[in-house]
Design a protein around this ligand. Structure first.
Ligand SMILES: [Zn+2]
Length: 140
């Protein structure tokens, strides 16, 4: 990344990581490895759209760890282990349209009820078949 800084017009923007503090349920939550682009001349920091998406995921997962919820990667792993698409998961488990896309991008945190349901489906044999059958899906 060698984009020229629009603020000073002299330095170039270099990728860097910082520790940032976010508010979580009224308490400060420190998150490491927040990505920024820092000007080599004036030190101004900005966040690109791509960095923003990565940071959003890191912050969401930090909040989930603080609350004892599954992380984005854990949600994706459970879903894939049971060969469920994001659309099927949203349809069968609830959470609204595109819920699993949002959970896995860290855009929305899953509820405690959803988190429990995912753990149940992953742990208890027959639980997924029960849910599928309720939604009229053809069993494998
Ligand atoms: Zn600058």
């Amino acid at each position: 990344m060698s984009e020229v800084c629009t603020l000073c017009g002299q330095g170039t923007l270099q990728p860097a990581t910082v520790v940032d503090t976010f508010n979580h349920a009224g308490k400060p939550l420190q998150v490491a490895d927040i990505e920024v682009s820092r000007c080599s001349h004036c030190g101004e920091e900005l966040v690109t759209a791509q960095q923003y998406r990565k940071n959003q995921l890191r912050v969401a997962d930090a909040k989930r760890r603080a609350d004892g919820l599954l992380t984005s990667e854990e949600i994706r792993t459970i879903r894939k282990r049971h060969h469920i698409s994001q659309a099927e998961a949203s349809q069968w488990f609830g959470g609204g349209a595109n819920a699993f896309s949002k959970y896995e991008r860290g855009e929305v945190l899953q509820s405690m009820a959803m988190d429990t349901l995912l753990r149940l489906v992953d742990t208890v044999p027959g639980a997924l078949d029960f849910i599928r059958a309720r939604h009229g899906a053809v069993l494998p």
